[in-house]
Design a protein around this ligand. Structure first.
Ligand code: GDP
Length: 292
């Protein structure tokens, strides 16, 4: 399980190799290396300090279990502490209610609309037939973008580019698709003021009463991820997070702040602009990437 992580860590933790006893000084150096790697990956500094303190304490106090080398033991501790923040396994969605109403939230440009298309394709492959409701009355092209995306996949879409009332659209969409198993609601990502956007999400949350609210975060935005997550949490109980644009050089460490803010796990990642560039979140790979 730790193969990937172990390999990546050997770069930052060469000092550990071949040591049968790991002393305090070595552990402190390793923790410094981890701090440096995480900060370079855009992980929030307070989170980094908190994590590294826990890792250092455990590495100094705990005896390696029998058959485990001190080096492996330290790597396991690092992994466990990071998993504590991120969740231990790829979760996906558990569609266990009908209708399963998904409220998509995220700032304009985060990749929300593209991700809705990707999730529809993912759900179709699993045998579900999702329907989509467009409540974004702010961006003129939103409906058209969704129409093109959904048409290609034969996904039913409800929307009305002439209706400027997002709440009314949500209500009508709910009625239209009341017999569907999965309904996905796209929302605006921008208003004149951020507070107006959050207020609208709050009202939509009341009307839709979502089974799951998914926050879409651009993986390249770094430290702003935490603030965004905090803002959207005022409107609804965020159930999961999707990080987009992890196909580039960004390591996505800012997303850890979003997880810390909301307590919601990352469930999927976006790895490109195409419809199939979408993966279940794999904590181990993500951690390797942050530390590597
Ligand atoms: P929205 O405003 O949040 O609905 O964002 P869009 O879905 O329109 O996406 C904004 C831009 O980001 C578009 O150019 C998308 O092609 C691009 N995009 C979305 N997801 C990804 C991704 O995972 N990787 C890359 N490279 N680009 C993405």
């Amino acid at each position: 399980m730790l193969g990937n992580l172990g390999e990546n860590l050997t770069n930052t933790m060469k000092k550990l190799v071949g040591m049968s006893v790991i002393d305090k000084k070595t552990i402190k150096e390793v923790v410094k290396d981890i701090q440096r790697a995480l900060i370079q990956s855009d992980v929030n500094i307070a989170l980094v300090l908190d994590l590294s303190k826990k890792i250092e304490e455990r590495a100094l106090e705990e005896e390696p279990p029998k058959g485990i080398t001190p080096r492996e033991h330290v790597i396991t501790i690092i992994y466990e502490e990071m998993v504590n923040l991120l969740g231990s396994e790829a979760a996906g969605l558990d569609i266990n209610e009908r209708p399963y109403k998904i409220l998509f939230l995220g700032l304009q440009g985060s990749g929300k609309t593209t991700t809705i298309g990707k999730l529809c394709r993912y759900l179709q492959k699993k045998g579900f037939n999702p329907a989509v409701v467009c409540t974004d009355t702010w961006r003129p092209a939103a409906y058209e973008q969704l129409r093109q995306l959904t048409e290609e996949m034969d996904v039913p879409l409800y929307g009305d580019p002439n209706n400027k009332d997002a709440l009314d659209l949500a209500e009508k969409g709910l009625k239209e698709f009341k017999n569907r198993k999965v309904i996905i609601f796209d929302t605006a990502g921008r208003h004149k003021e951020e507070s107006d956007l959050i207020a609208e999400m709050d009202q939509l949350d009341d009307i839709i009463n979502p089974t799951e609210a998914i926050l879409v975060i651009d993986g390249t935005i770094g430290q702003q991820a935490g603030e965004q997550a905090r803002a959207f949490s005022q409107a609804t109980d965020i159930g999961s997070i999707i990080i987009t644009k992890l196909d580039g050089s960004a390591k996505g460490g800012g997303a850890m702040s979003a997880v810390a803010e909301t307590g919601a796990p990352i469930k999927f990642i976006g790895t490109g602009e195409r419809i199939d560039d979408f993966e279940l979140f794999d904590p181990e790979r993500f951690i390797s990437r942050l530390l590597g």
